[in-house]
Design a protein around this ligand. Structure first.
Ligand SMILES: [Zn+2]
Length: 451
């Protein structure tokens, strides 16, 4: 069971029906108790399996609905495919309309687990050795709970808001996003019309960007474009004992070896330029390498006949898939033209599986960015806050074209080792990180919704 209504202001303040947020307001809250409640809710939330596939998030949506309703926060569930458990949650705390809303966005689905690789049950919210374990502990059930707690604490303290605070939890981020964030954009954006969106795509990092242990909070302001390319070759089929001149597998293998040898040129985009300006230099790591260039991964190779594949049959066709991640300003057609030059073989066909949309960079000279900087460095003295280029895709790509300024932001420290547990085994977050994050997140949101 959750302890309810743990968070109270001193009586004198609580009796004021609408409290304005004074500079010292957050210090009057009992962050130890709010932290306890956060941990309990997080454990319950992690215990609900929302792996995608199959992607049923009805359990997680009903969890949010219950907790919000029990606290008296109005909440709506919007089913987008009820039989398959696709549903989105929207809760809103009304402001006085002086400013446009702030939306907190989280996806409820997670990637599936390979149970054999986990040392604990990923769906029990296990607390062990200073960590809380579970699928979604960093991607992104941690964000969801911190956003939920922000709503609850704002509501319980009857804060006077200058803009609406909107909580949106969606389905299907781990697939196309069509029935989740895509549905919100299509059907609810006119109502929400947020100036700012807080989403995933940033952490308090240790050892990501520099080789020292400085604590650096990255705020995702842009993301790389996802380009999936299919390479295919048609050749002469036949018996393995009688090699033809045109073996599709050999032709494809030669093309791929040219792609493997090709080094995409380094290019410093404005966001990365700002990171370097603040940090001095970026350490030489695969992660930082991906910030500075287009990358190419060979993810699928297929060239055989039969199941299981026949060793003595030459296939007529060979295929490969390249997962390319392009810098935000890279034109995809130009990139594909460059790959054609590298491959330099007309027998190899290149076609788009997924052609990326334009990638918009959110400005980082904004009120919200400055509030994040101030509040985070107050709670984590000596830390740095940086704009950041996200190297993977998030739902924010759907909201930036709507004019929203989107930041990927989680104000809790995460080491590279912990970060690697995302989509992997033993996904976990430090309990101390979660407790600090809820305080920092609340401070940021309450400040930007009351200024
Ligand atoms: Zn995610």
């Amino acid at each position: 069971m959750i302890k309810k209504n743990l968070v109270f202001l001193p009586l004198a303040l609580a009796s004021v029906s609408l409290a304005t947020i004074s500079p010292g307001f957050s210090q009057q809250l009992d962050w130890e108790e709010i932290g306890d409640e956060t941990v309990q809710l997080f454990q319950q939330y992690l215990s609900i399996d929302s792996s995608n596939p199959p992607g049923d998030v009805s359990g997680t949506a009903q969890f949010y609905q219950r907790v919000l309703e029990e606290s008296g926060v109005p909440v709506e569930l919007h089913w987008t495919d009820r039989p398959r458990g696709r549903v989105n949650v929207i809760a809103r705390l009304k402001g006085n309309g002086a400013k446009r809303p702030l939306m907190m966005l989280n996806h409820m689905d997670t990637v599936p687990v390979d149970l054999s690789a986990w040392s604990v049950n990923p769906f029990e919210g296990i607390r062990k050795g200073g960590y809380i374990y579970g699928r979604g502990a960093l991607d992104m059930k941690n964000f969801g709970i911190v956003q939920l707690m922000t709503m609850l604490v704002l509501h319980r303290n009857k804060m006077l808001l200058t803009r609406d605070a909107v909580f949106v939890a969606v389905a299907d981020e781990e697939v196309s996003g069509e029935l989740g964030a895509g549905w919100i954009v299509e059907n609810k954006w006119d109502e929400i019309d947020a100036e700012y969106v807080l989403d995933e795509g940033g952490f308090g990092t240790e050892g990501f960007f520099t080789s020292d242990d400085r604590l650096i909070f990255s705020v995702g302001v842009a993301e790389k474009k996802v380009l999936w390319l299919k390479l295919s070759v048609s050749g002469t089929e036949g018996h393995g004992s009688l090699p033809p001149k045109e073996n599709a597998n050999f032709i494809l293998a030669e093309a791929l070896s040219r792609v493997a040898a090709y080094e995409t040129p380094e290019r410093i985009t404005p966001v990365v330029q700002e990171m370097i300006r603040k940090l001095g230099r970026l350490a030489d790591t695969p992660y930082n390498n991906a910030l500075r260039r287009n990358t190419i991964s060979l993810t699928v190779l297929k060239g055989y006949v039969g199941d299981p594949p026949k060793s003595n049959v030459i296939p007529s066709r060979a295929e490969a898939v390249l997962d390319c991640r392009l810098l935000p300003d890279q034109d995809p057609d130009e990139f594909v033209a460059e790959l054609r030059r590298v491959i330099d073989d007309p027998r190899v066909t290149l076609e788009y599986i997924e052609k990326p949309q334009e990638s918009i960079v959110s400005p980082f000279d904004t009120e919200l960015f400055r509030v994040i900087e101030t509040e985070v460095t107050k709670l984590f003295p000596g830390s740095l806050v940086l704009p950041h280029l996200i190297i993977y895709g998030t739902d924010s790509r759907l909201f930036r074209p709507k004019g929203a300024i989107c930041y990927g932001f989680f104000p809790g420290p995460v080491t590279m080792e912990e970060y690697r547990s995302i989509h992997g085994s033993d996904e976990r977050i430090r309990e101390s990180s979660l407790r600090k994050a809820v305080q920092a997140y609340f401070n940021v949101v309450s400040k930007v919704c009351s200024n």
